[in-house]
Design a protein around this ligand. Structure first.
Ligand SMILES: CC(C)(COP(=O)(O)OP(=O)(O)OC[C@H]1O[C@@H](n2cnc3c(N)ncnc32)[C@H](O)[C@@H]1OP(=O)(O)O)[C@@H](O)C(=O)NCCC(=O)NCCS
Length: 177
């Protein structure tokens, strides 16, 4: 169950899907929903998301170390349950960041991954980031499609694919204005 709180960001209904689904940015008040979503991911989706096996304890450690002041996280809610999220971790240098995305198996193939990635990329662009990197296994067809859809250039990086979305300076200035 998600904690409700006075500073909660407004939810946007998912126009093309079931009206139970909404999209909004998460805050530190959503910590428990963040972890609960990760724990519901199947073993293969955990593996695809983190490019390695993740036990429940490892997911708990991962969720607990999120820095909610610098990390941008959008969530897809079905009622009050968090069913998917996209996370943007800004790098300390170079005005770049890393994007990760996860959608629970029962909600995949409905266009939610695309909406979640788009929301984080819009924020990255408006924050003036130069580039966003996403890492995924070569056999991850969903991520291939998503990376392609957002104009990412892909390259091999340490055995996984790295998709890089680059924002032109003019585009970043326009969005930030
Ligand atoms: C990758 C993932 C986020 C896609 O989420 P989704 O909600 O199913 O994505 P969408 O419904 O928006 O589909 C996006 C595109 O991927 C395609 N796609 C999604 N899953 C696919 C699959 N298993 N095989 C082939 N294509 C797939 C869709 O057809 C769509 O392509 P299109 O826009 O050309 O029609 C989801 O499968 C997931 O959470 N996987 C586990 C975690 C992961 O791999 N994260 C990536 C590393 S950070």
């Amino acid at each position: 169950m998600t904690d409700s709180h006075p500073g909660q960001t407004p939810s946007v209904p998912m126009a093309s899907a079931d009206s139970r689904f909404t999209l909004r940015r998460l805050t530190r008040w959503d910590r428990s929903a963040h972890l609960a979503h990760l724990l519901r991911l199947s073993l293969s989706d955990r593996h695809a998301r983190f490019q390695g096996g993740m036990s429940d304890a490892a997911l708990e450690r991962y969720s607990n170390q999120i820095d909610w002041t610098s990390t941008v996280i959008f969530g897809l809610f079905e009622g009050t349950e968090l069913r998917g999220m996209s996370e943007l971790f800004p790098f300390d240098i170079a005005q770049e960041g890393e994007l990760s995305v996860s959608v629970e198996s029962g909600c995949q193939h409905l266009g939610f991954g695309r909406r979640l990635v788009g929301a984080v990329l819009d924020t990255a662009r408006s924050q003036g980031l130069r580039a966003v990197h996403m890492f995924f296994f070569r056999d991850n067809q969903g991520m291939h499609s998503l990376a392609r859809a957002f104009g990412a250039k892909s390259r091999l990086s340490g055995g996984v694919l790295e998709g890089i979305v680059t924002f032109a300076e003019t585009e970043r200035r326009k969005r930030a204005a």
